[in-house]
Design a protein around this ligand. Structure first.
Ligand code: ATP
Length: 212
């Protein structure tokens, strides 16, 4: 893999999983090649952006031929580390957290929630979807070194203190589902998904920009 990861712009990198999922389906249906127009239609990204994105991947589409599906797929697999399973921990096994434990992430990408933490004694020591649940007080002793990603589904007021402990233990990335804005060192990556805000924003856009 001679394409330098650092040269792919972040905006392009964010679209990688989207492209990957679509190409995997194409491949499964036996397709050998795909045009930027077809891709554009399927992933809802304009074709100029797709062509620019793909040029970073070293994939130069040919006029009247399109892109080679196998080439792209093997590139994405390598770049997204699909040959290796990324282990994730989940903190907070409430309604949302429980849903994530049941959800089979490995269907679409190679991430796996391998253990979870909570403070509710009724949940400690049980398993949900094959994922063991431990007491948060014992997080430091249970969390394996190779787990560097955490999903946060605790009440907002508990989020910052837990985040500090996760970072001290070596967590590098957090998918934050709590409404709390987290303060973290620069090198730690937080992706914030506030479902209530997203829903409210959708409703607002429908109301004020109905035809957009
Ligand atoms: P959700 O918001 O996920 O639907 P919920 O409404 O079921 O959750 P919450 O009160 O939001 O419940 O709590 C989410 C989970 O986080 C619960 O399982 C709760 O036991 C757990 N929890 C609460 N406080 C803490 C804490 N300080 N550390 C870890 N887990 C906690």
């Amino acid at each position: 893999n001679n394409i330098e990861q650092s040269k792919i712009p972040q905006a392009t990198a964010k679209r990688l999983p989207l492209y990957y999922r679509f190409l995997k389906n194409l491949h499964a249906s036996g397709k050998q090649r795909v045009s930027s127009a077809e891709l554009s239609d399927a992933v809802k990204v304009d074709s100029a952006t797709i062509r620019r994105d793909f040029s970073y991947f070293g994939a130069l589409g040919k006029k009247g031929y399109g892109y080679n599906v196998n080439y792209l797929l093997s590139f994405f697999r390598k770049t997204l580390d699909q040959d290796e399973v990324t282990k994730v921990t989940l903190i907070g096994v409430g309604n949302l957290g429980t849903a994530f434990l049941h959800y089979n992430f490995t269907k679409n990408n190679n991430t796996l929630i391998s253990l979870a933490f909570d403070v509710d004694e009724n949940k400690i020591g049980t398993e949900i979807g094959d994922v063991p649940i431990y007491h948060l007080d014992h997080m430091e002793e249970h969390l394996p070194e190779d787990v560097t990603v955490a999903i946060l589904t605790v009440p907002a007021q508990a989020a910052q203190a837990i985040t500090d402990r996760l970072i001290a233990k070596g967590i590098k990335g957090i998918l934050n589902f709590t409404p709390a804005r987290l303060n973290v060192p620069e090198e730690i990556r937080i992706h914030h998904i506030d479902l209530a805000v997203e829903l409210q924003s959708l409703v607002y856009f429908l109301k004020h920009y109905p035809n957009a």
